[in-house]
Ligand binder design. Structure first.
Ligand SMILES: [Zn+2]
Length: 194
């Protein structure tokens, strides 16, 4: 039996997700008392070690929580009632019936998205409308002038390699965080946050 620490390390390696705390604060007051805010570091498209079990992308759409304001995705952490063919959403506690084509679901016949080792899984969406790819550049500006100059050049090279229909966003952060409004009119505007 792995310890909780081992479990966390495994999950970090597998999912590219790391939290500052491994428990949710129980109340608003607990949350306000946290020295470091509850934060999640996520590495999208994390490359996993080749020794790990890998799965091909699922060639169907994910099953979503039916509560309109939730739409969480069926995953190995959901509690499933195989007899009633219902799954509990861990985010909003909604009880969701499985779609008709999951009728054969049973304890010994589970879809891959419920396998405990597949806490990260890829879907090839069938119905989704294809949107332009979106790239958001998040730039730490705490560096020397020369470094910043070479970083700007790298960013310009990166921009030149993006697909023509790509949508681009830019966030820079130093003492403050700036969300830049990118336009072609040559007027630079940004939203500044602490
Ligand atoms: Zn939900």
């Amino acid at each position: 039996m792995a310890t909780f620490e081992e479990y966390l390390v495994n999950q970090q390696n597998n999912d590219g997700v790391q939290f500052t705390w491994n428990m949710w604060p129980h109340s608003r007051i607990d949350s306000q008392r946290l020295v470091v805010p509850l934060t999640c570091f996520f590495t999208p498209l994390k490359e996993r070690p080749s020794t790990e079990v890998s799965q091909p992308p699922l060639e169907y759409d994910p099953v979503l929580c039916q509560k309109a304001s939730c739409k969480a995705i069926l995953n190995p952490l959901c509690v499933v009632d195989f007899r009633a063919k219902i799954w509990m959403c861990p985010f909003c506690n909604n009880r969701n019936p499985f779609p008709a084509h999951y009728a054969a679901i049973a304890e010994n016949n589970q879809p891959p998205e419920l396998y405990p080792q597949f806490t990260t899984i890829e879907y090839t969406l069938r119905k989704a409308t294809t949107m332009s790819p979106i790239f958001v550049f998040v730039v730490d500006t705490c560096m020397t002038t020369e470094e910043l100059k070479s970083l700007k050049e790298c960013l310009q090279t990166a921009l030149s390699l993006l697909p023509a229909d790509a949508l681009v966003g830019l966030i820079t952060f130093g003492r403050m965080v700036q969300l830049h409004e990118l336009n072609t009119q040559g007027i630079s505007r940004s939203y500044v946050f602490k």
